[in-house]
Design a protein around this ligand. Structure first.
Ligand code: FE2
Ligand code: FE2
Length: 180
């Protein structure tokens, strides 16, 4: 499936809204998961709008192409890069690598993964090797990438009450205007 990158915040919001019809976990749709992830990051890191927005859009590929989860990290990053900028795109692209990093480096993390995250780990390559761990730790985005991933795992509460998608427009427009 070929999807052009988002040209406007309206187009991105429409794509995210479609996540209401795609499942993240059996009891959780992609939109609910995305809103929870963005909200956790915005609440806990209020000075980093790009991190919060990256949390909101990290699974946008799953919203636009339900059932086609392969390379969803990279494909999602490509979709948002022109609109939201290079750092947001790197954080989106890094969210599976961060999972593989944490599986390899944090003994308790793997046991806390959701059923679907555990199921997809093998096809994503399992835990990172030592060279890949060192490369990720050396990157300027390391802290934010891991922070996003830890929020990703926590953003899977069925029925959680969080701000609606429309309330993200102002922050999306802010990040978008700064990325150009
Ligand atoms: Fe994901
Ligand atoms: Fe996710």
């Amino acid at each position: 499936m070929i999807v052009p990158p988002f040209a406007t915040v309206d187009a991105l919001v429409a794509a995210l809204a479609a996540g209401a019809h795609a499942s993240d976990e059996p009891e959780l749709d992609v939109l609910a998961h995305s809103l929870q992830c963005g909200h956790l990051l915005h609440t806990e890191h209020p000075d980093d709008a790009e991190l919060a927005v990256a949390g909101l859009v990290h699974d946008v590929w799953d919203a636009v192409s339900p059932g086609d989860h392969r390379d969803h990290d990279i494909r999602g990053a490509v979709l948002v890069a022109p609109l939201l900028g290079a750092r947001v795109a790197r954080l989106v692209a890094g969210h599976v690598q961060a999972k593989r990093y944490l599986v390899a480096s944090d003994a308790t993390y793997r046991n806390g993964l959701s059923g679907r995250s555990t199921a997809t780990l093998l096809e994503q390559g399992g835990g990172l090797d030592d060279d890949a761990i060192a490369a990720l730790e050396a990157s300027s985005d390391f802290d934010a990438t891991i922070t996003l991933r830890r929020a990703d795992e926590r953003a899977k509460v069925s029925g959680a009450s969080v701000p609606a998608l429309e309330q993200w427009r102002a922050l999306l427009l802010e990040v978008s205007s700064q990325s150009g």
